[in-house]
Design a protein around this ligand. Structure first.
Ligand code: ADP
Ligand code: NI
Length: 213
């Protein structure tokens, strides 16, 4: 197992060389590490967890485009290293279920999928989550905050869901919801502290915005 993991880490390091969208090599590496931590409390196939975590973003729509649903990057890499075809299918299934898409979000039907989804979500909250969100906001030229722009309803259409509003709104549209959506007990525990940190951050943010401190 060591060799395939090392090869995959090398592949994603090269793959994300020029990516600064918040999907980057270190995000994938953190998801991989978090997924291993969560796995300790679960009965799962650790190799599938590790590979799916490392590869979970190489076919993301923000990178490969909207229409691409064939996971061609993950598939091409795994085929190149002669990984068994049946396991490649399992990994593609896991990756397809991981991402948060507003009301179209799914709960993965395998424990491996649930673990990787939790790991990906944990990296979207807390201090790292705040940093990634503002990086995304800067890249998409979003205002930091605008009291006159409402946040989107979770029930909006998928195309509306992808239209960003302000970076602060994203906390209400996604980040503050994630704590209650964790699948595993380990992730729920880690999420508590990260959630609290975001609430404190927002409280301070509004105080400074209104020049109360
Ligand atoms: P993930 O890697 O968890 O699938 P996403 O693809 O949803 O994450 O987004 C990557 C990063 O950009 C995350 O930290 C996320 O919170 C942030 N992000 C995504 N959409 C927005 C948005 N509309 N406004 C601000 N930040 C966003
Ligand atoms: Ni991710």
């Amino acid at each position: 197992m060591k060799k395939i993991i090392d090869d995959t880490i090398k592949y994603i390091k090269e793959f994300f060389e020029e990516e600064y969208s918040g999907h980057d090599f270190y995000h994938s590496l953190r998801v991989y590490e978090l997924a291993q931590k969560i796995s300790k409390g679960e009965d799962c196939d650790i190799e599938l967890v590790c590979l799916s975590a490392l590869l979970h973003d190489v076919d993301d729509y923000k990178i490969v485009g909207e229409q691409e649903k064939s996971f061609k990057n993950a598939r091409a890499f795994l085929q190149k290293v002669n990984y068994p075809e049946d396991k490649i299918e399992k990994i593609c299934d896991i990756i397809s279920q991981v991402s948060f898409k507003g009301k179209y979000t799914v709960t993965p039907n395998t424990i491996e999928g649930k673990i990787v989804q939790d790991a990906d979500r944990l990296d979207a909250i807390g201090a790292i989550g705040i940093a990634r969100t503002f990086t995304f906001g800067g890249n998409h030229k979003l205002p930091i905050y605008n009291p006159n722009i409402d946040y989107k309803d979770i029930d909006c259409s998928q195309s509306d869901y992808k239209k960003p509003t302000t970076t602060i709104n994203h906390f209400y549209e996604k980040l503050l919801k994630l704590k209650d959506l964790m699948n595993t007990e380990t992730a729920k525990k880690i999420a508590e502290h990260r959630h609290e940190l975001m609430l404190n951050f927002l409280e301070e943010f509004y105080k400074e915005w209104n020049v109360e401190i």
